[in-house]
Design a protein around this ligand. Structure first.
Ligand code: C5P
Length: 209
């Protein structure tokens, strides 16, 4: 079984993906980490983020065994990831790994921007998780504070708006709900309520198919 979760930055899709995967005993892949890992290699090697060929080369040779590196979660990596993720060859290079991951038994949960629309078009359940930009900025602010990163709320809100704009309007795999996705707005839901709502949607979807 495959559960595809898409949504904008800081919508809570990663936390939801993790909890759903634990609930069902499935593997979980936060696909944003793949793009962040490409960005990290680019930045570590002082490569220009606008160099599409270099980004493609890095994506082709990406070592996917260190996706738990806490540095990947930083704001700078998210911003850089959003730049290189607009390059179609980078996306193509990361596709096979994601599809293989999705196909493992007994099931997998993948979250990102294009899981329901490109990576797993045949997913059993597709969720599109969204929340108001201000609420997403508030959550990201708290998360970064907990990690010891001092960033202004207003800067985070600006980053989120810029990333939404870039992710939704790019030519390659723009962020949008799949035609058969169910949208869940978590603006007024805490993490537990969002999880319960998502679980109910997954159960309803799998019971009816
Ligand atoms: O989800 P996260 O914020 O970690 O993703 C970082 C960036 O990677 C996003 O802004 C987006 O541009 C890109 N991304 C993507 N496709 C995915 C996952 C992430 O383009 N499936």
């Amino acid at each position: 079984m495959i559960i595809a979760i898409d949504g904008p930055a800081a919508s809570g899709k990663g936390t939801l993906g993790k909890r759903l995967s634990e609930h069902f005993g499935f593997a979980h892949l936060d696909t944003g980490l793949l793009y962040r890992a490409v960005a990290r290699v680019m930045l570590d090697r002082d490569l220009d983020l606008n160099d599409r060929d270099a980004a493609h080369e890095v994506a082709l040779n990406l070592d996917v065994t260190h996706l738990d590196d806490p540095r990947l979660r930083g704001a700078q990596m998210g911003e850089a990831a959003s730049v290189i993720s607009g390059y179609q060859p980078v996306r193509d290079a990361l596709l096979a790994f994601q599809r293989q991951f999705a196909d493992q038994p007994p099931g997998a949960v993948l979250d990102g921007r294009d899981i329901g629309t490109v990576v797993c078009t045949h997913a059993d359940v597709k969720l599109f998780i969204t929340a108001a930009p201000e609420e997403r900025a508030r959550r990201r602010h708290l998360e970064l504070q907990k990690r010891g990163e001092q960033t202004e709320y207003s800067t985070i809100l600006e980053d989120i708006r810029r990333r939404d704009e870039r992710d939704m309007n790019r030519a390659s795999a723009p962020l949008k709900p799949a035609a058969d996705a169910v949208t869940l707005d978590t603006t007024h839901l805490d993490a537990d309520a969002a999880f319960q709502a998502a679980l109910d949607l997954v159960k309803a979807k799998t019971a009816s198919s």
